[in-house]
Write a protein that binds this ligand. Sequence first.
Ligand code: ARG
Length: 567
Amino acid sequence: MKSQKKLLAKTASDILDLPEIDVLSAIEYPPQPELGDLAVPCFRFAKALRKSPQSIAEQVADGLAKSGLFAKVATAGGYVNITLNRVAVATETLQTVQQDVESLFSSRRGTGQKAAVDFSSPNIAKPFGVGHLRSTMIGQAIVRMLKMDGYEVAGVNHLGDWGTQFGKNIAAYLRWGDEETVKKNPVRELFHLYVRFHQEAEQNPALDDEARAWFKKLEDGDEEATRLWKWFIGESLKAFQQTYDLLGVSFDHYLGESFYNDKMQAVIEELGNKGLLVESEGAEVVDLSEWNMPPCIIRKSDGATIYATRDLAAALYRHDELGASHLIYVVGSEQSLHFAQVFKVLELMGRPWAQNCRHVAFGMMKYNGERLSTRRGKVVYLEDVLDRAIHEAKSIIEQKNPSLANKDDVARMVGIGAVVFNDLKSYRMHDVDFRYEDVLNFDGETGPYVQYTHARACSVLRKAEEAGLAVPTALGAAELSDVEWRLVYQIGQAGEIFERALDEFDPSLISRFVLDVCHAFNRFYHDSPILTAEGDVRALRLALTDAARIVIRQALYLVGVEAPEAM
Ligand code: ARG
């Protein structure tokens, strides 16, 4: 849907003969609703037009009034304040929502392009902690937003399934592990063994040699090492899959680090041929000092390849084999330097699409205010958090609505929704704190609050249906009250917010948007009788309720939260 803001920008830029984009970026939302719905501050055009802001404002106001597109136009000093035509805007907005809600959000800017999104990417034999939740859910939201914007998307799980730690895992398992315990609880048991290995190796450094020897065997294709490694991966994946199922997350490709074992030689050769490799303390590196970065290590002094080499091979694979022109990596900010180095090396290798590589970083997840670290084994398992959230959601539902049908199903949606929404509601780069009481608070800015608002709209519409009242597809002549208008106005911002959320790769803008829509809907709901109203007024209110329901549901879908119809 073309937003009113864009319509205003286009009309005003024609009047002033200035680029539309300059006017668009100047447009503001007035601080008080009495001033109008949109404002054009003219101060910044004074220099280019060599006129005073006041006279520019008058010129704009004059032209806008003549256009007949807006209900009221007034100047105040260098500002033009514009009041929109409520009925016309509501009619268009509600129609768009009913006919094709995706077009309310997206103008399909990505049509014909393909993006690969690397997200979640946990490490095998290490716990999938609440910290990994961020990459998983931000990544999933970005995948959904890109798809809705017309991109073809490959969601890739770059599993950490290779590296020297597997030598440790094997050594520890053979010393202290047993098959049954691992099978029963693979991730925990393997991690437990890994932590024990670190503790014992502090007293007994010979263990490290043992681990190194096992990793060497694995690299050389030794049968027993390979069998154990594959088994660890299989068991871990089964456990991760359960978590993904619970979260409703899926991937188009599981391509772990080991997938690139045979694809790195070509990268190293190319780097060599292009004169990019230099020796440094026995290692082969790409010098990046010109860009104020430490060298990107390609091959360590012992000949082993590392993380960056794999990422170079993976990037080439995603571009050349998967056909992606945009490569997106949703990974914590502690890896910012790594990705800056990888992208720079791709550029030096003569890949212009390195421009379209993007590291989407995010803040830390704190659990009741504490940071988590895996090294010392202090870890909060995501599955435990999700189980407890579901459990607590269930007891809240038992209290509030004991006769609800499918309580278990709803408790799952609410418990998971609470955890996920909490993760996606603060700005991507901010740290996220996690507390059950906060995330499950039905009155706070939470997932359950949004879900509850959606269920409330569904309930009104169910009652309307029972009473034989249809949701109208066209609006009658009813004027919109201020609260009704706030709801339409809020919904009408979907397109602008969606574009910004995608440009900034920040799903939290969608979460804030849906909270705003819910606030506006709840104010409307408390202020305006719906079913007991009559004629055009009731029709308008039913249509608004339906639109709010559809928009909330769609926005929740984007951030990966389910919307139960009753709760
Ligand atoms: N496995 C890594 C970790 O947990 C994240 C991998 C991110 N993706 C990548 N292509 N490097 O830290």
